[in-house]
Design a protein around this ligand. Sequence first.
Ligand SMILES: [Zn+2]
Length: 118
Amino acid sequence: MGIKYSSKINKIRTFALSLIFIGVIVMYIGVFFRTSPFIMTLFMILGLLFIIASTVVYFWIGTLSTRAVQVVCPSCGKVTKMLGRVDLCMFCNEPLTLDPELEGKEFDEKYNRKKRKS
Ligand SMILES: [Zn+2]
């Protein structure tokens, strides 16, 4: 398959991590405006908001994880968590489904949001 998908939990985790990075970068930019306390404070608050948002997302992952179904991946044999009807193995990206109707069918991006090209 030329198209590479990522498990939903992994995607959200990447998103949370990028929020931390953005927050740190924004706060770092603020340091350059040392001479103007107002702009510096503005950047610091903005950066802090990104980090708070990331904490919220991490908390959300925690809640999602408890609701996720634990399955043993038929491809790599590891225990993975899946969300919804269709998801991918967190380790080898093997498409997994809980719906017998979808079993054996080509992995449909309809059940996942974005597809990434490798
Ligand atoms: Zn797997």
